[in-house]
Design a protein around this ligand. Structure first.
Ligand code: GDP
Ligand code: FE
Ligand code: FE
Ligand code: FE
Length: 196
């Protein structure tokens, strides 16, 4: 896959090198698996390969930044201050989008949205964002209970896979007595609730 559409000033191999230098080995291998998984979904659902590749490789860019640096950025970048009540699991998506834009001039809204919402989803997600949300959950190393069901749904109907993952996320957060970020509930209400 050669980037030819200028969504990024980087080549794919430069982007991979940046991620390898920034992330732990474990996390670096994860983003490569997410890219592979996401590109298969892009083929299946006819999404833009380049956008999907960039978003997949960059989605966890901010994941391993120190909490203090993340807090400072949430304030200086005027992000939702309510996020500060949650943890870095909630911060790294929105911050990854901001940092890829600031540091590497990625401007494409579908790419940035896919990075921003990959953890909590959003009531409205582009096909690229749906693919990253699903690929992050089903990549081959994931072993959550239910991941096989999500993999099967992803092969036939990406939207039902998004719904399944949103429901699974909310339900496992509840089981673990973990604080739920309101956007996760908005995603659940938009994607996973039966219409009355
Ligand atoms: P990863 O970065 O590849 O590990 O995956 P994600 O970014 O998708 O998720 C990171 C973690 O955030 C997972 O353990 C999710 O269960 C968790 N998470 C997702 N939604 C919420 C939420 O609303 N609140 C909290 N506290 N955690 C969440
Ligand atoms: Fe993540
Ligand atoms: Fe995820
Ligand atoms: Fe991830």
């Amino acid at each position: 896959l050669i980037y030819s559409q200028n969504y990024s000033e980087l080549t794919r191999s430069q982007l991979i090198d940046i991620m390898e230098q920034t992330l732990s080995k474990r996390r670096f291998k994860h983003i490569l698996r997410v890219e592979k998984t996401a590109l298969k979904l892009a083929e299946r659902y006819e999404a833009d390969y380049e956008k999907v590749s960039i978003a997949a490789l960059a989605h966890d860019y901010a994941k391993e930044k120190p909490d203090e640096e993340m807090r400072d950025l949430i304030i200086s970048e005027n992000l939702d201050l309510d996020m500060l009540q949650y943890g870095s699991n909630i911060w790294h998506g929105p911050l990854g989008a901001v940092l890829m834009k600031n540091e590497y001039n990625i401007e494409d809204d579908e790419i940035l949205e896919a990075i921003r919402y990959h953890t909590v989803g959003s009531p409205r997600m582009s096909k690229v964002a749906q693919i990253i949300y699903v690929a992050d959950f089903i990549e081959p190393n994931r072993s959550f209970k239910g991941v096989e069901d999500a993999r099967e749904l992803a092969e036939t109907d990406i939207k039902s896979a998004v719904a399944y993952i949103s429901r699974h996320t909310i339900s496992s957060l509840v089981k673990r007595n973990t604080r739920i970020y309101p956007k996760s509930i908005e995603t659940y209400n938009a994607w996973a609730v039966k219409n009355k």
